[in-house]
Design a protein around this ligand. Structure first.
Ligand SMILES: Cc1cc2nc3c(=O)[nH]c(=O)nc-3n(C[C@H](O)[C@H](O)[C@H](O)COP(=O)(O)OP(=O)(O)OC[C@H]3O[C@@H](n4cnc5c(N)ncnc54)[C@H](O)[C@@H]3O)c2cc1C
Length: 368
């Protein structure tokens, strides 16, 4: 058991995404010296904005981001969701969401971890464990010694594939596509309600804390090649969300988006894996559980992983701490996955939103 004063050892974190950076903060609080190693030449979050929940904000505050978070978060009006007729769907108890700008959250995390503790251009390609430590192998031939390796290296994690051979990521089984953008847009964005429409399509537009505008459209059951550009495909999805001839804000915003600002993804996921750790190696975030973003929880769950990992390590020695972390996180992940599946097969927009509301209330009341 730690006496809370000596250094617990040296932790190497593979990946400087938001989970790797959060894990670095959490491990430091648990008494570890931390070294973050990132494959890319620069730290740059891809993607636009991120929907998170109150518990994520609380965990980030506890990790030390504190009041600076208020500069990058805005409320998102998830309490009211519209159907394609424009009518508000009658679903009680939907908790409020928060939306943060990805790059700005990443910058806050980098500054909290300290650039001197992060090295870029370092691709982890393997590791070897022994009784007293772990040696991390990099693509440039360098090797580095630590007491613990945290694999926070995302969807196609090298660390996971070494820990669990055959655990490659794959496309979401029934096809799931997402289009999104951030752009300057001064016009009225309406009440910020999300819309759940026909043909398993969802969409929303919201104002970010810096005044820019973020929109996202997603559709389940999309397979095959697209004929149009990402923007044309996005414009086509908007029509699933709105029956009436009157003004529809999301359509206006998508039409105003420059072609090259529209991001387009086919959703890929990590298969459920039987363990998340060995003696001196542990997975966190997408590396362990990348899932479909319709449940808006990949980053939330990953930041919670980071928080719980540090919490367990601050209470127990490495072996029991990693056992406790794994037990907690696999159980949590399975629950989230169950809710995600229930939402994906919801037969109507109302049942989709009811299931989302049930999930979010469970998530916020059971968080670490
Ligand atoms: C379209 C879309 C929308 C989403 N919306 C939401 C949302 O609203 N809310 C939410 O909670 N989640 C959302 N998610 C999920 C969320 O983006 C991810 O769960 C989250 O970003 C995962 O963070 P991470 O740090 O685990 O992984 P990543 O962000 O993937 O970071 C991994 C890092 O590791 C680095 N790396 C990779 N391989 C190596 C290596 N071998 N060596 C060293 N470094 C390496 C990468 O360069 C990267 O910097 C969404 C996902 C998608 C695709």
């Amino acid at each position: 058991m730690s006496n809370g004063t000596r250094t617990r050892g040296r932790a190497i974190v593979a990946g400087a995404g938001m989970v790797g950076l959060s894990a670095a903060l959490s491990l430091r609080r648990a008494g570890f010296e931390v070294a973050v190693r990132e494959r890319a030449p620069h730290i740059r979050e891809t993607g636009a904005a991120l929907g998170v929940w109150q518990h994520t904000i609380t965990e980030l505050e506890r990790l030390g981001l504190g009041p600076r978070l208020s500069e990058i978060k805005a409320e998102q009006n998830f309490q009211r969701v519209r159907g394609p007729s424009g009518a508000v769907l009658d679903v009680a108890g939907m908790p409020p969401g928060r939306v943060v700008h990805r790059q700005r959250l990443s910058a806050l995390l980098v500054s909290a971890v300290g650039e001197e503790n992060i090295r870029t251009g370092k691709e982890v390609v393997g590791y070897t464990e022994d009784e007293v430590g772990v040696t991390v192998h990099y693509a440039d031939g360098e090797r580095e010694r630590g007491d613990l390796l945290v694999g926070a290296d995302g969807l196609n994690s090298h660390v996971r594939r070494k820990l669990i051979p055959g655990s490659e990521s794959h496309y979401y089984e029934e096809g799931h596509h997402v289009w999104r953008a951030v752009l300057p847009f001064d016009g009225d964005l309406g009440d910020g309600c999300a819309t759940v429409g026909h043909h398993r399509t969802r969409g929303t537009v919201t104002r970010l804390a810096d005044g820019s505008c973020f929109w996202v459209l997603a559709q389940f059951g999309v397979t095959g090649e697209f004929a149009g550009s990402p923007k044309q495909e996005a414009v086509a999805r908007v029509e699933n969300l709105h029956d009436g001839p009157s003004r529809f804000v999301l359509r206006e915003v998508v039409l105003a988006t420059p072609e090259d600002a529209v991001m387009d993804n086919q959703v890929a996921v990590v298969p459920e894996i039987p363990r998340w750790k060995s003696h001196r190696v542990v997975l966190a975030g997408d590396a362990a559980h990348a899932m479909s973003p319709h449940i808006g929880s990949g980053a939330s769950l990953g930041i919670e992983d980071a928080y719980v990992l540090g919490d367990r390590l601050s209470r127990a020695d490495l072996g029991p701490a990693l056992d406790s972390y794994q037990t907690d996180r696999i159980a949590r992940y399975r629950q989230v996955r169950w809710h995600a599946k229930a939402m994906a097969i919801a037969p109507t927009p109302v049942s989709y939103v009811e299931r989302f509301s049930r999930y979010l209330n469970w998530l916020n009341t059971t968080a670490a």
